[in-house]
Design a protein around this ligand. Sequence first.
Ligand code: ATP
Length: 254
Amino acid sequence: MLNVSDLSLKYSTSKDSFALRDIGFSVREGERIGLIGANGAGKSTLLLTLCGILSPLSGRISVDNVVLEKKTLSAVRQKIGMVFQNPDDQLFMPTIYEDVTFGPRNYGLPESEIEDRAETALASLGIVHLKNRLSHELSGGEKRLAALAGVISMRPSLLLMDEPSAFLDPMARHRLIEVLGGLSQTMLIATHDLDMALDLCKRVILLKNGRIFADAPAKELLCNADILNECGLMLPLSLSRHQPGNETQVAEIP
Ligand code: ATP
């Protein structure tokens, strides 16, 4: 459903270095893919490019066989739900309820459907109690869940998420993993939470310096301490034996 080929991007402020270089991969309908890499590897840049917020220098992106370009931008965006790294970039209505209903209302859905979608999204993330709160008064984790509820309520066919589990308390993170695991949508999840990637994703794409370093089954890649270390990452905590020197070992799935 998503095809990316030869994608390269440079920020106008950085003269020589590419933020993305020769990126190519395909995603099948319903796949959940973890997008991992050290700080600055290019994860956010890739997600922002896939949803048409950043324009690549070269390359081609298509969603459901529609090539992303100026004239198809709004059609392609309707298929994509983007959860930004910073929830303040997402929440713009005064209250959470207005925010979560904004997308469905914009689609012109009947009021009962709008309410149903909003209530379902809020309940699934355990944040019904936040619906009448002002977004700027919420904690970082609460904002993140509210932003996710807004995207889920639009029921996009492709979910792009940038660090969805950051700042969540253990219970909220667990609920998030359950919620995402229960959704049928195709997902690309940029994360440093390798345990979440292991729980949710069958496949992982590892970026290093703007290039794809590996694209492999999660259970292979996330157990390979050598490859992870080479890219500035470490084994997921659940696979680490907490012994000095274990970082060069290949972990076993318990
Ligand atoms: P993190 O894990 O820290 O969120 P990331 O993998 O998401 O990192 P990006 O934010 O995509 O990485 O950054 C990729 C590269 O592009 C980095 O070298 C970064 O410094 C650079 N970069 C990101 N945003 C900009 C910008 N607005 N202008 C110039 N360079 C940028």
